[in-house]
Design a protein around this ligand. Sequence first.
Ligand SMILES: [Zn+2]
Length: 410
Amino acid sequence: MRGIRLWAGLFGLQRVVVEAVKAGIEGEVIVSVRPKWRERDRCGVCRRRCPGYDLGEGRRRWRALDLGSTFAFVEADAPRVSCRRHGVVVCAVPWARHDSRFTKAFEDQVAWLACNCSKTAVAALQRVAWRTVGRILERVASEARRNVDLLDGLRRIGIDEISHRKGQRYLTIVVDHHTGRLVWAAAGRDRKTVLAFFDALGEERCKQIELVSCDMATWISGPVAERCPAAVRCVDPFHVVQLATDALDEVRREVWREARRQGNLELAHELKGARFAVWKNPENLTERQQAKLSEIQRTNGPLYRAYLLKEQLRQIYRLSGKKAEKLLDRWLAWARRCQMPSFVKLARTITAQRTGILAAIKHGLSNSRVEQLNTQIRLITRQAFGFHSPAALIALAMLKLAGLCPPLPR
Ligand SMILES: [Zn+2]
C-alpha cells in the first residue's frame, strides 16, 4: 500500500487516491487515480459542485512529466456534470486544467521552458509539437490572468501596436510605464481594440490614468481622449525618431536614384553601402561607418543635411523641458525650409503633435524601457511563429513580459 502512495508523490498528484500503477504496451507508466471525495462532481470551468450528468467518454489519460526517459500518464474516469452556469461539462480534476490532456505540472514546465529556452528546445525536451505548446501556453496564461489583476494601480501607460506576421496582422499592447511590464494585449489595431482595453479597465480606473503615451495615430488618441479625458497624452519618443529615420531614408533613396539617372554608378554604389552609417546613432558607429559618414559630409550635401536633421531631432530627447522646446522649434523652422519633401512633410506632422512630443519630455517618459519591451515583443513574435493563433502569441508575451510565468513544478 505504501508503494502505491509513493506514486502520487512521484507524479506530483495531490487530492487523489491512487488505485493502480501499470505499464502500458509501449512501456509507458500509467497511474490510475480517482479524485478524493471532496474534489468530485465539480464543474470543469468554475469548479463549483454540481449534480452528475453522465459518464462522459469513460476513461481518459493525461500526459504527466516523463519519469526519466519514460512517458508517463495519469488515467481516470472523466464523467460529466451539469453546471447551472456552464451547462453539461466534463468535471474538474485536481491534476489538470480544464480541456487539457496534460497534467498541470507538465503544462507549467512547458510554460517555464517556453519563457526561458528556444522553441526547438521546448518541443524536443517535452516531446510535444510546437502548436501544442501554443495551446498549453494559452491555458497557463489565462489561468494566471484570472489570478492576478494586472490592470490594478495603473497610472502611466503606453499603448502601441506590434505587427506579428506579414500581411498586416497586428497586436495592440498596453504597457505599465511604472513597472515596465506588459499588462494587456489583444489582436487587432483599431478603435474597437483600444476601447476593449478601456472596458476591461473600467470607468473608475480610467479616471486614475494620469498619462498615456502612444504613437500619432488617431485610432489610439481618439479613444484615449474619450475614456481618459484628464490624462496627459504623450507621443512616444521612439516613434518620432522612427519617422525621422524614415524621412532620412527617403532622401537617401532619392539621391541614389538621381545618381543612377546621371549614370554615376560609383556614387550610387557608395550610397547603397551608406545605409547603415546614416541609420545608426553616431555613438554606435563602427570606424568604417564613421569614415563613410565623413565621406558623405564631403560629397553629398543633401544627404548629410538630412542626417543632421535626424540627429538633431534625436537630441531633443536629451534636453530638459524649456531647452527641448526651444530646440524643437528651431528644428521645425529648419525642417520647414530644408527643401527636402520628406522632411517638410515630417515638419508638418511634428507641428501637429508638438504638445504630445513636449509632454513626453516634460514627464520624463523613459523611452529606452518602452523600446526595450518593443524589441522583446518582436523577438517573441518570431519565436511564436508556427502557433495556430495570435492568442497563443499573446499568451507567450504575457507569460514572459507580464511576470506571469509559473515556477518550475515543485
Ligand atoms: Zn460551472
